[in-house]
Design a protein around this ligand. Structure first.
Ligand SMILES: *[C@@H]1O[C@H](CO)[C@@H](O)[C@H](O)[C@H]1NC(C)=O
Ligand SMILES: *[C@@H]1O[C@H](CO)[C@@H](O)[C@H](O)[C@H]1NC(C)=O
Ligand SMILES: *[C@@H]1O[C@H](CO)[C@@H](O)[C@H](O)[C@H]1NC(C)=O
Ligand SMILES: *[C@@H]1O[C@H](CO)[C@@H](O)[C@H](O)[C@H]1NC(C)=O
Ligand SMILES: *[C@@H]1O[C@H](CO)[C@@H](O)[C@H](O)[C@H]1NC(C)=O
Ligand SMILES: *[C@@H]1O[C@H](CO)[C@@H](O)[C@H](O)[C@H]1NC(C)=O
Ligand SMILES: *[C@@H]1O[C@H](CO)[C@@H](O)[C@H](O)[C@H]1NC(C)=O
Ligand SMILES: *[C@@H]1O[C@H](CO)[C@@H](O)[C@H](O)[C@H]1NC(C)=O
Ligand SMILES: *[C@@H]1O[C@H](CO)[C@@H](O)[C@H](O)[C@H]1NC(C)=O
Ligand SMILES: *[C@@H]1O[C@H](CO)[C@@H](O)[C@H](O)[C@H]1NC(C)=O
Length: 824
């Protein structure tokens, strides 16, 4: 029996492959599909991948026929279809397209419109729409799938409101990544008639708005006017208001979706990498999505998964979480005392867990209490009370589920929450009390302890002192680094020693013809070692009075830094009063000599620029986090990024030269002061530097690479504009793409990457160090599509930096950078 059925189905399938219609005589069943005329879209039965569950459900769906399965529309039915061979999608007697169970004859789904004609057909179009039309006149459309969108808004379709019928199109996400039935979120036009779209939660809470249409774009969505790939329009007349968009190049596949995570996203298919990439998305941070994490769960936009149960709670339905549906939230591990039937004599009363720096949940209720203690009693007196907070405004209690929690949150609406938990969840509190008692009783012990601590810190400070000296003399700052760690290694420096005679031969006896550059501390020469290796030899002036032993130690330190995005030290020569540092030679010199040269910059296509951005980010991450030494560069700029023959970037890190500067430590510290324009505000104004000041310099560098403009062009000219300001202004106006270097010939598939880099650049130049990402986060953002970029706010500005007074003259020589020693 079964083989016969399949044989029949298969035969039918073969007959029907190239057909784009369902008529009264040709229904659709099993694995059959219909295909639009240009073969762009297909319609058939589809079962979403369900992880490791064995049961599958089928849905009527439309998908792109040319790429790995991506649905753009699904008809959701009340009843699940477990086997598509047992159902039939057909034209019913009333002219509607229906899904019928072949065995029970039950109608599972219908287009459900009233039709005058007695002869209709369904046709799949190249626009991705399924249309129910008159069989004799296919321009007579009774129903079309794009009027009933699910989670996808396709180019050419409308999303809006029909004012006559009151019908509106809503985008509603799937419930989870395996279930197309409607989730809790929706994107729709303001039903009250304004020209803005809302993303709503459970039909009630608007947590995001596009801002009203201003004639060119939605005011809070600058991306919409990128104008490069898309053309968004909004139509508002007496009959209807809606938006639609087109993609300027028909061969680009693009879709606009609302995701299970409650965000809207514009995606583009990249043919060369065979994947969908994110063009933009809103809201800009995950945690802005209302109730994304459900109850008793805390949202963190920078890690995956974004939701985590708070203390004392665990995931309610693990399998939903696995499918990215967090809305179920978390459940209490141990019931509260008042929820059990035990009397208070048997059960210890509930306790409160202190959660500092949380975004306080919605729906607090004010209560009368004059102290935190009283506030706690108010909460304990009601079994439904789950938390309280006591702040300057007074006492607030929460009844029922706590939603929209965010831990480590220091923004508006944050504070300390006291979470009610069963006593058994908080055993530590008992112990802490005991400790307090012990320490007060043992007063003498405490005094002794304090003495011990003071001694400990004193001894540490002595060691610090030595560390500090190193960090001052070496141009880059070293933290968490102990001098004594080095002493064992001083021997290994011997392997780096080069003979002076070898270098004389290599550099044509330091001949003028080999000179690459000249700086305050010496000269740089090009040379070739006997083994054919090309080198740049930095010959330092001979005034140094530094001891050889100490010099060696510091060289070891630099020699230890090995990373393919750092220029590596080939060797060192310490003979006859000579102090020569030998580095690998970089044929493409420094980035600034190419990027800001009107001819040479043409060699830097986007692929190369992206490689440079990524490489510099990796090199910096290595310095900051991955090397044993934790180094802050402090003078990152285009002229300190060298390029090898293949345009791989190498950060040159030659604060080392300052070691040889002898007694000029005052000078050195002044010279270390980086380069204006690249300097973060806290560094420029207060001399405070950290990894985040390097991140700032990196941000400026990224913006320079993308725009091909120097961040601090001529200050004296009328036209002077600080690059960061310029990018920010264009970003908010939505035309940042205009700033992109015109030589990056507009291959559309790079636009998303370009925009991403601009956003990363802007994130790195935020005013407050804590708002800038770490380099490891930057690397994650650069390499992964799934890492969300936080929203950008106004960056640090020119005037705050006194950017125009800077003197960043630097002589970039072939393969080496020499910062002029001009005291400021
Ligand atoms: C599915 O896989 C998860 C882990 O990947 C496992 O915990 C769960 O038990 C599995 N479910 C079934 C039905 O096999
Ligand atoms: C079809 O539409 C009518 C009213 O227009 C409605 O009452 C009925 O429930 C609908 N049936 C289905 C299956 O949607
Ligand atoms: C459709 O209806 C017309 C009259 O309304 C009738 O003449 C015709 O035969 C019908 N056709 C079919 C296929 O039922
Ligand atoms: C087909 O239907 C369209 C839309 O109703 C109408 O404008 C057109 O005249 C019809 N064509 C024919 C041949 O009936
Ligand atoms: C829409 O109008 C209703 C009633 O006038 C009002 O309660 C509601 O807040 C309005 N919604 C928005 C989003 O303005
Ligand atoms: C959504 O709203 C309805 C009533 O408007 C309510 O019954 C339901 O519990 C809400 N859903 C959630 C998940 O809160
Ligand atoms: C459209 O894009 C394709 C592939 O990206 C390209 O080959 C073609 O030239 C583009 N067409 C236009 C009109 O820009
Ligand atoms: C608590 O008491 C209620 C009714 O008094 C009873 O239905 C319930 O089963 C009891 N629960 C436990 C855990 O004893
Ligand atoms: C105190 O907490 C409540 C409840 O979240 C909040 O509405 C209020 O703004 C807070 N007051 C202050 C001064 O932080
Ligand atoms: C998010 O998680 C990371 C890693 O656990 C943590 O470092 C960071 O502080 C968290 N951020 C917030 C806002 O909770």
């Amino acid at each position: 029996m079964a083989p016969l059925v399949f044989l029949l189905l298969f035969g039918q399938f073969l007959l029907c492959t190239a057909v784009d219609t369902i008529t009264s005589t040709t229904p659709l069943s099993g694995s059959q599909q219909i295909l639009s005329q240009g073969s762009k879209f297909a319609l058939g039965f589809y079962s979403p991948p369900r992880g490791n569950t064995t049961t599958s459900s089928y849905y009527i769906a439309i998908w792109y026929s040319t790429i790995p399965l991506t649905t753009v529309w699904t008809a959701t039915t009340d009843m699940l279809v477990s086997e598509p061979a047992f159902v039939s999608l057909e034209i019913a007697r009333d002219g509607n397209l229906v899904l019928r169970d072949k065995y029970t004859n039950q109608q599972l789904w219908s287009t459900n419109v009233s039709i005058a004609s007695n002869s209709t057909m369904a046709i799949i179009r190249d626009s991705g729409s399924l249309e129910l039309t008159d069989a004799s006149n296919s321009s007579m459309v009774y129903w079309q799938s794009i009027d009933h969108p699910t989670n996808t808004f396709l180019p050419g379709s409308k999303l809006g409101l029909n004012k006559a019928t009151g019908l509106s199109q809503k985008l509603v996400p799937w419930k989870n990544s395996a279930d197309p039935s409607p989730g809790l979120f929706s994107l729709e036009l303001d039903p009250n008639g304004s020209t803005q779209y809302f993303i709503r939660w459970n039909e009630s809470i608007n947590y995001w708005t596009s801002g009203p249409w201003d004639g060119n774009r939605f005011s809070l969505m600058p991306e919409m006017t990128a104008g490069y790939i898309y053309d968004f329009q909004f139509v508002n007349n007496a009959k209807e208001s809606y938006s639609y968009y087109s993609v300027k190049n028909d061969s680009i596949l693009s879709r606009f979706i609302i995701d299970v995570t409650g965000e809207i996203k514009q995606l583009i298919w990249l043919d060369y990498s065979r994947e969908w990439v994110l063009f933009w998305s809103q809201p800009r941070t995950h945690c802005e999505v209302y109730a994304l994490c459900g109850a008793y769960s805390s949202c963190n936009g920078t890690v995956l998964p974004h939701c985590n149960c708070i203390k004392g709670f665990s995931q309610k339905v693990q399998s939903d979480w696995d499918l990215q549906d967090y809305s179920g939230g978390c459940k209490r591990n141990t019931p509260l005392q008042c929820q059990t039937n035990l009397t208070s004599a048997h059960a210890p009363s509930d306790k409160f867990h202190v959660m500092e720096d949380v975004r306080l949940p919605d729906n607090s209720q004010g209560a009368v209490a004059t102290s935190s203690q009283e506030c706690q009693v108010v909460c304990l007196n009601s079994c439904s009370c789950t938390a309280y907070a006591y702040n300057y405004t007074g006492c607030f209690v929460w009844h029922g589920d706590l939603i929209n929690l965010q831990e480590q949150y220091r923004g508006i609406g944050g504070g300390t929450l006291l979470l009610r938990l069963a006593a058994s969840e908080l055993p530590d509190q008992q112990r802490k009390k005991t400790m307090v008692i012990v320490s007060t009783v043992g007063g003498v012990a405490a005094v002794l302890m304090i003495l011990a601590i003071v001694l400990f810190f004193l001894s540490r400070m002595c060691r610090r002192d030595r560390t500090f000296r190193i960090s001052k003399t070496a141009g880059a700052a070293l933290t968490d680094f102990r001098y004594s760690d080095l002493l064992d290694d001083t021997q290994s420096i011997d392997s780096l020693l080069l003979n002076l005679s070898t270098l004389r031969v290599a550099t044509n006896d330091f001949g003028e013809g080999n000179m690459l550059g000249k700086g305050g501390f010496g000269m740089v020469y090009k040379g070739v070692l006997p083994d054919g290796k090309q080198i740049a030899a930095k010959r330092l002036s001979q005034s140094s009075r530094q001891g050889i032993g100490e010099l060696k130690s510091e060289l070891v330190l630099v020699a230890k830094l090995r990373h393919r995005n750092l220029v590596s030290l080939v060797g060192v020569c310490l003979e006859e009063q000579e102090k020569i540092l030998v580095y690998e030679f970089m044929p493409n010199r420094s980035l600034d000599t190419i990027l800001f040269d009107s001819e040479k910059r043409k060699d830097l296509d986007w692929g190369r620029r992206f490689k440079i951005i990524s490489g510099v980010a990796r090199g910096l991450q290595y310095l900051h986090e991955d090397s044993q030494l934790k180094i802050i560069h402090r003078d990152l700029k285009a002229s300190n990024v060298l390029l090898d023959f293949d345009y791989n970037p190498k950060i040159s890190y030659f604060g080392l030269a300052k070691i040889f500067g002898g007694d000029q430590s005052e000078d050195v510290t002044r010279r270390i002061a980086g380069t204006y324009g690249y300097m973060s505000p806290e560094y420029a104004m207060h001399g405070q530097y950290s990894a985040k000041s390097d991140a700032f310099s990196f941000g400026v560098l990224v913006l320079e690479i993308v725009t091909g403009r120097r961040n601090n062009g001529s200050c004296n000219s009328e036209k002077y504009v600080y690059l960061v300001n310029l990018v920010w202004e264009h970003w908010t106006r939505g035309n940042v793409i205009e700033l992109v270097d015109p030589y990056l010939s507009g291959h559309p598939s790079h636009v998303d990457q370009v925009l991403k880099c601009i956003q990363i650049g802007l994130l790195c130049v935020q005013n407050r160090p804590e708002d800038r990402p770490t380099m490891s986060l930057v690397n994650a953002m650069l390499t992964s599509q799934s890492v969300r970029l936080p929203s950008v706010s106004m960056p640090a500005f020119c005037d705050r930096l006194s950017g125009c007074s800077g003197n960043s003259e630097s002589a970039s020589s072939n393969g080496m950078t020499i910062t002029k020693l001009e005291p400021r």
